[in-house]
Design a protein around this ligand. Structure first.
Ligand code: GTP
Ligand code: MG
Length: 342
């Protein structure tokens, strides 16, 4: 494997370790690619939890201490040329990067039921702020024979931005994306759940890389199938970051919050016999009962848990790690003093 196949690596000559790129994040464990291959890595405590190094995210280039067996250590986050920041709630609100080093922000809206010029505006603002170039993709063109009105409206709210109608199912319009898909370029896909981000990744890859699932019949909303950000290398050499969409980027709004898109799951919440039910094997668990009765799809329950856990666990994980690292630092200072006295 050659890291140069994963985009333009910043200059790293004077830094310790070898360069790598983050392809996915699972709480405090990262998937990376580097010249030695694909591997797992964790942040080095001294630099990150005790020091001031910026926490890396998907798309970041980092320096790692590569270990043959076990998780490699991430030593430093290299400067970013673009990124999305999300405000992390907590006692001291902080900005957290959620995707980095992309050239194009592909904003996807479906020509089906999802097209909304106001939302498109908000995505465009965010895209321009990121430092990359936005491109608007109107998806599911096969379902909208008269797409002229939406195209015109999109062009109106996105002056100077290229707008393309595409279909992942028929391949319509995909040729027009070739200029963005040059080897080494990174594209990030944004858009509400169900607009077809993962379907487009699969269509461009020519194979089923990302899982896709149907939208709800009743209201055309997606099912939050993609639950974490993932950087994928397309056979042609371009890199794509598939995302779970707005909520992930801190752009959730009441009408698109979890409660709304997970109404089929949330109707069972709070109905268990015990208020602290963990929905595992407790008697009187409404969630388990609904799954056993075939009323609730277990995959939906799993997606809900993943999305819910992620935001909460990230803050909690950081807090615990910092406390733990401070404890270790205090202990070693004490040991030092004692040794000095001895
Ligand atoms: N007709 C048609 N359906 C499409 C097209 N692209 C995607 N779909 C359908 O839209 C549904 C959702 O597609 P996904 O690719 O899972 O959507 P997503 O944006 O990745 O959704 P999340 O992962 O939940 O954020 C699936 O049923 C797809 O088959 C298209 O070009 N035409
Ligand atoms: Mg998806």
């Amino acid at each position: 494997m050659n890291l140069n196949d994963y985009g333009t690596v910043p200059n790293t000559e004077t830094l310790p370790g070898i360069p790598a790129r983050i392809t996915a994040q699972h709480k405090d464990r990262y998937e990376i690619v580097c010249d030695r291959g694909a591997a797992y890595a964790r942040l080095k405590t001294k630099e990150y939890y005790l020091g001031t190094e910026r926490f890396p995210t998907v798309g970041d280039y980092v320096m790692v201490n590569y270990l043959e067996s076990g998780d490699s250590q991430i030593l430093a986050t290299l400067p970013r040329r673009s990124c999305f920041l999300r405000r992390e709630p907590g006692p001291v609100p902080r900005d957290q990067a959620v995707a980095a080093n992309f050239d194009y922000v592909m904003i996807l809206q479906s020509l089906n039921q999802d097209f909304n010029p106001r939302r498109l505006e908000r995505y465009l603002t965010m895209a321009w702020q990121s430092g990359a170039v936005p491109v608007v993709l109107l998806t599911k063109a096969d379902l909208a024979p008269s797409r002229g009105r939406c195209l015109a409206q999109a062009e109106e709210v996105a002056p100077g931005v290229n707008v393309h109608a595409v279909s992942a199912h028929t391949g319509f319009g995909l040729d027009a994306l070739a200029p963005y898909l040059e080897p080494g370029k990174t594209l990030v896909f944004l858009g509400s759940s169900g607009v077809g981000k993962s379907s487009l990744v699969n269509a461009l890859a020519g194979e089923e890389i990302m899982r896709v699932s149907g939208i709800r019949e009743e209201d055309g909303r997606g099912r939050h199938t993609t639950t974490h950000r993932q950087l994928i290398r397309l056979p042609g050499g371009a890199l794509v970051i598939d995302t779970p969409g707005m909520r992930e980027l801190g752009m959730a709004e009441a009408s698109e919050g979890l409660a709304d898109s997970f109404a089929d799951v949330e109707r069972y919440l709070g109905k268990c016999r015990f208020s602290d039910c963990r929905h595992l094997r407790e008697p009187g668990c409404a969630i388990r009962a609904a799954i056993n009765a075939g009323e609730l799809d277990p995959a939906r329950w799993e997606s809900w848990q993943k999305l819910h856990a992620e935001a909460e666990s990230r803050e909690e994980m950081l807090r615990r790690k910092r406390e733990w690292a401070k404890g270790v630092a205090k202990y070693s200072r004490q040991r030092e003093k004692e040794r000095f006295r001895e």
